[in-house]
Design a protein around this ligand. Structure first.
Ligand SMILES: Cc1cc2nc3c(=O)[nH]c(=O)nc-3n(C[C@H](O)[C@H](O)[C@H](O)COP(=O)(O)OP(=O)(O)OC[C@H]3O[C@@H](n4cnc5c(N)ncnc54)[C@H](O)[C@@H]3O)c2cc1C
Length: 409
C-alpha cells in the first residue's frame, strides 16, 4: 500500500440506485469486502420506493409474471451491500463546484461523484399524449393497458415510439409481439389492425433486417419507420405525425418522450439542454473533476455503419458495464493517486455487452456490442434467433434482482 493511499480517504457518492448505480456500488462493495486497501467511504443515495427492472414490463404485460414477483423495495435493509452507506432521500441540488450534494434532509461532501439518475418522462412534448396513450415504460400503465386490452372488441391498436432517444430501443418490438399474442388470446386479432410507428429507421440496425422485421411481418404488424409523432387529438382519436401523416387509433401504447432526470434539467453546468450529461465515451468522466456519469443519463453518441451518429443506446446491459468500469477507475485512482491516468484496466473490457431481444413465438435474438475498443464505432455480433432465449432473459433479470436485493425470492 502506498503512503498516500493509506492516509487519504476518498468519499465516493453514487446518485441513483438503478442498474448503473447499483452496479458501481456493488463493484466498490466487493472490493471493500475482500479487504482491499483503497481507503474508500461509499454512499449510495436513492429516493427509494418500489424498483423493478424495465424488462419485466413485458413479462407483466404478457401475464408471465405478476407485479409483486418482479418488484423490490429500495431500503437500507433490502439492498445487499455490506460496506456501502445506503441513504433513502431525494437529491435536490448538485453543488458540483463545491463538491457537495444536497438532499431533502442533508448535505454530503464528496471527492468522487457518480451520477446515475436515469431519465424522466415528459409526455407534454407531444401535446395530447398523456390523455391518449399508455406509457410502455411504466409498470402502472402497462397493467392498465393489459386490463383495457382484455375488454377490447377490435379496432386499431398502435404500439410506438413518441420521441428519441428512449430506453431499450428493441422494447417496442418486444411489446408489439406480446400485444399481438394477447389479441389472439382474446379472439380479436382478426378484428384488429395492429400498427407500429417509430421515428427510427431501425431500432437495432443490425438485428432489424435480419430478424425483427420478419417477425413483425409474421404477426401481420404494419410498420411505419421514420414517422415522428407530433400531437394527438384524443377527441377524434387521431395521431398526427410529421409531413401531415396521421393515423386513427383505438388503443395506444408507446414510449413517452424521455430526457435526463428532472434534477439534471435543473443542473445546466453539468448537462446539455435536454438534461443529458456529456461524458468521455471511454471512462465516463464529465467536465467536472472527480464527477462521473453512467447509465441512461449520459449524452454520449456512437457512430454506426454508414457514418450515422446517434445517441448511445440506453440499456441496462450497457449501464452495468459502465458502472463496473467507473468503479474500477475510482479504485485505481484511490490506490494510485500519483498516476494520472488508468491505462490498463484490471478486467477484460473488450468483452461484448450482451442483450437478449425477445422475439415472437418464444424465440429470442442475442446480440453483442463492443463499445469499448472504439467507443465511437461500436462493433456488433448478432446471434440468429433461437428458442429458449426468453427464459434466459427472465433468468438474467432474476439474477440481477438476487444480486442487488435481499427480498427477491
Ligand atoms: C420496458 C423496458 C424494458 C427494458 N428492457 C431492457 C432489457 O431487456 N435489457 C436491458 O439491458 N435494458 C432494458 N431496459 C433499459 C434499462 O431498464 C435501463 O437502461 C436502465 O434501467 C438504466 O439504468 P440507470 O441506472 O441509468 O437508470 P435507472 O435504472 O432508471 O435508475 C435511476 C435511479 O435514480 C433514482 N433517482 C432519480 N432522480 C433522483 C433524485 N432526484 N433523488 C434520488 N434518486 C433519484 C431513481 O429513483 C432510480 O432508482 C428496459 C427499460 C424499459 C423501460
Amino acid at each position: 500500500m502506498t503512503q498516500s493511499s493509506q492516509n487519504k480517504r476518498t468519499r465516493v457518492i453514487i446518485l441513483g440506485g438503478g442498474f448503473a448505480g447499483l452496479t458501481a456500488a456493488k463493484t466498490l462493495d466487493e472490493h471493500l469486502n475482500i479487504g482491499n486497501d483503497a481507503n474508500l467511504e461509499v454512499t449510495l443515495i436513492d429516493r427509494g420506493g418500489s424498483k423493478y427492472i424495465g424488462a419485466t414490463n413485458q413479462f407483466v404485460l404478457a401475464g408471465r409474471k405478476q407485479r409483486e414477483a418482479v418488484c423490490n423495495n429500495f431500503t437500507p435493509d433490502s439492498v445487499k451491500l455490506n460496506n456501502v452507506n445506503i441513504v433513502v432521500d431525494e437529491v435536490t441540488q448538485l453543488a458540483l463546484a463545491h463538491k457537495k450534494v444536497i438532499t431533502q434532509t442533508n448535505v454530503y461532501e464528496f471527492d468522487c461523484l457518480i451520477v446515475s439518475l436515469g431519465i424522466d418522462y415528459y409526455p407534454e412534448l407531444v401535446p395530447g399524449l398523456k390523455d391518449a396513450g399508455y406509457n410502455l415504460c411504466s409498470m402502472d400503465d402497462v397493467i392498465k393497458f393489459r386490463q383495457e386490452l382484455a375488454e377490447f372488441n377490435g379496432g386499431t391498436v398502435i404500439v410506438g415510439v413518441s420521441g428519441l432517444p428512449y430506453k431499450c430501443p428493441p422494447v417496442v418490438h418486444e411489446m408489439s409481439y406480446v400485444v399481438h399474442d394477447l389479441l389472439v388470446e382474446h379472439g380479436v386479432r382478426d378484428k384488429t389492425a395492429l400498427i407500429f410507428t417509430t421515428p427510427f429507421k431501425a431500432a437495432v440496425p443490425v438485428v432489424n433486417p435480419v430478424v425483427m422485421q420478419g417477425m413483425m411481418d409474421e404477426c401481420d404488424i404494419k410498420c411505419h419507420y421514420e414517422w415522428n409523432m407530433q400531437s394527438i387529438d384524443s377527441a377524434s382519436k387521431t395521431i398526427h405525425y410529421d409531413e401531415g401523416k396521421r393515423l386513427h387509433y383505438d388503443l395506444l401504447l408507446c414510449t413517452y418522450p424521455q430526457k435526463g432526470a428532472t434534477l439534471l434539467l435543473e443542473t445546466p453546468d453539468l448537462c446539455n439542454d435536454d438534461g443529458w450529461i456529456p461524458v468521455n465515451g471511454r471512462d465516463h468522466r464529465t467536465t467536472f473533476e472527480g464527477v462521473y456519469a453512467i447509465g441512461d443519463n449520459c449524452a454520449n453518441k456512437v457512430t454506426f455503419s454508414g457514418g450515422r451518429v446517434e445517441p448511445h443506446p440506453k440499456a441496462g446491459g450497457f449501464a452495468l458495464v459502465q458502472g463496473e468500469y467507473v468503479a474500477q477507475v475510482i479504485i485505481h485512482d484511490a490506490l494510485h493517486p500519483e498516476s494520472a491516468e488508468w491505462t490498463s484496466p484490471p478486467f477484460e473490457m473488450s468483452k461484448g455487452n450482451g442483450c437478449i431481444i425477445e422475439g415472437h413465438g418464444g424465440r429470442g435474438v442475442m446480440f453483442e456490442v463492443n463499445f469499448f475498443d472504439n467507443p465511437d464505432k461500436p462493433s456488433f455480433q448478432v446471434i440468429e434467433p433461437k428458442e429458449g432465449l426468453v427464459e434466459e432473459k427472465m433468468a438474467w433479470v432474476d439474477s440481477h434482482r438476487h444480486t442487488w436485493f435481499n427480498d427477491s425470492d
